[in-house]
Design a protein around this ligand. Structure first.
Ligand SMILES: [Zn+2]
Length: 229
């Protein structure tokens, strides 16, 4: 019965690919297989020597850093991130996280990670949006790796402008001291990976890492679904 209903719904309201608008077929979610093959993959599989690492080297200690897709104005990476952040499409975050975790399986990126830590939104912004997009990405990663998600140890105490809406030249290091560490115990001696939707200058992730520095024995990695680099 459920299948018949789904078939009828698809007949009258076909689910469309977010990128090319063709109707999705059974087994496809949000993006058709053709568009998945064409996504702007970074191929940053070297976890310690890629352009994302340069944002953190000699600034904060870290284990690994990488991002999965290129984020370019008008590109499909940007379309997906905008759907995720500004059009209420949180399930897309789950799907992107799931696909990214599968793509990084052979690299071993998530193998030694104890906790997934989505970059927190300011509580006011999270109320406006209704969800934290990075948390939905983390849930998708978790569906592949089984790694626990931590949404309480770190919080955002200052609201800053959305970095993705600003021009590169306007983006500033206005994120010092915007995160607060709430408790140390859950993170002690753990390898955590900070999860973000777009890595641009790395300033937000560095601010997170700085707030986490007081945790004894912590090791930190960085993962972006996309990067403007
Ligand atoms: Zn498509």
């Amino acid at each position: 019965m459920k299948m018949i209903l789904n078939d009828l719904l698809n007949l009258f309201f076909p689910r469309l690919c977010l990128l090319c608008q063709t109707p999705l077929v059974e087994g496809e979610a949000h993006i058709c297989l053709h568009c998945i093959r064409q996504l702007p993959y970074t191929h940053f599989t070297a976890l310690k020597t890629n352009p994302v690492c340069l944002l953190f080297q000699e600034k904060v200690p870290f284990v690994a850093a990488t991002a999965w897709l290129h984020f370019k104005q008008g590109g499909s990476g940007q379309k997906l991130i905008h759907s995720l952040k500004y059009h209420g499409n949180k399930q897309l975050g789950h799907e992107l996280g799931r696909m990214a975790a599968l793509a990084y399986q052979t690299s071993g990126l998530f193998d030694t990670v104890d906790l997934l830590l989505p970059v927190p939104l300011h509580p006011k912004r999270q109320r406006e949006r209704g969800y934290n997009q990075s948390e939905w990405i983390a849930r998708g990663i978790q569906s592949v790796t089984g790694t626990a998600i931590d949404t309480t140890s770190l919080s955002r105490i200052k609201k800053t402008e959305s970095q993705t809406h600003k021009q590169l030249s306007e983006r500033s290091e206005n994120v010092e001291g915007i995160f607060r560490l709430n408790h140390v115990d859950a993170l002690k001696d753990k390898h955590i990976i900070l999860i973000d939707d777009v890595i641009t200058t790395g300033s937000t992730l560095r601010a997170c890492a700085q707030a986490l520095q007081e945790v004894p024995g912590i090791r930190i990695s960085f993962f972006g679904i996309s990067t403007a680099l």
